[in-house]
Design a protein around this ligand. Structure first.
Ligand SMILES: C[S@@+](CC[C@H](N)C(=O)[O-])C[C@H]1O[C@@H](n2cnc3c(N)ncnc32)[C@H](O)[C@@H]1O
Length: 255
């Protein structure tokens, strides 16, 4: 199902936004992530050992990262023996990913395309993954059916995004507070003026995944660690110690 919400310009708007933002990600930020020996996820660098995002049988698996940005997740997958492909709509983000590939001597295809229309055949990949890529920046009613199309039967989909609770508690001027600022009904599309994000509420996400043939295996709500961590402009660490600001979904395509 594709929701015709009358707003089909988000891909172009987000591409422009990320081409502008990319400079901030180029350099130390990307390098720090590429340098990590073990995956660590999201705002609070949650270690892979705690959340088990990745399948055990990655070696030899073809994977696709939807909205790969600077490409460090795919680099982690390559180090684990997978054969990754990274897709992103921003040529500037991909330029950073290419620079990191050269610096770290890890090569994999980087493709300039929208995760809502991926130029690969059906049933090509064993894992589709997104850490705040398509999971946040693409219309879920477009990118999740696309992920299902790309996966082999039994293939895995894992993605990390903001939680609906966070999206409801962050006012347009930020940061998140303990007051609900938005209704849950109709939450899906968050228009920030210069970019658009998508946070589908849990019930709708569950139904969408099931309608695309996925079996949901886990939904992990992430708590910020107790020790001192940095605050983000819209996400104070103290808020995220009390409520989940981000979450990881794990699903498997029935097969
Ligand atoms: C916060 S970054 C996350 C990616 C990666 N985890 C990282 O931090 O480098 C979001 C990425 O989503 C990409 N993006 C936005 N809209 C997209 C679309 N329609 N298709 C593919 N990528 C998209 C942006 O260009 C950006 O690189």
């Amino acid at each position: 199902m594709i929701v015709d919400d009358g707003h089909t310009d988000h891909v172009e708007q987000n591409r422009r936004y990320w081409d502008d933002q990319a400079a901030a990600w180029h350099g130390p930020l990307a390098r720090e992530q590429w340098s990590q020996p073990q995956p660590r996820w999201g705002l609070w660098a949650t270690p892979e050992s705690r959340v088990g995002v990745l399948p055990d049988d990655l070696a030899g698996m073809s994977t696709i990262e939807l909205g790969c940005g600077t490409g460090y997740v795919s680099a982690w997958l390559a180090r684990a023996g997978a054969h990754p492909v990274g897709i992103d709509v921003s040529k500037e983000q991909l330029a950073t990913a290419r620079a990191m590939q050269a610096e770290f001597d890890i090569e994999f295809p980087l493709v300039l395309a929208s995760a809502e229309a991926v130029p690969y055949d059906d049933h090509t990949f064993g894992l589709a993954i997104s850490e705040y890529g398509a999971a946040l920046w693409c219309d879920p009613y477009r990118w999740i059916p696309e992920a299902a199309r790309l996966l082999v039967p039994g293939g895995r989909l894992v993605f990390m995004r903001y939680s609906p609770l966070y999206a409801m508690c962050v006012p347009p001027e930020g940061p998140a507070s303990s007051t609900l600022s938005r209704p849950q009904f109709g939450l899906t599309r968050l228009d920030w003026g210069n970019h658009v994000e998508f946070v589908l509420p849990h019930g709708e996400m569950l139904r969408l995944l099931r309608s695309c043939g996925f079996v949901v295996e886990d939904l992990i709500e992430i708590q910020a660690p107790g020790h001192t961590v940095r605050d983000y402009a819209n996400v104070p660490a103290d808020w995220a110690r009390q409520w989940p600001c981000e979450e990881i979904w794990k699903a498997r395509l029935a097969g």
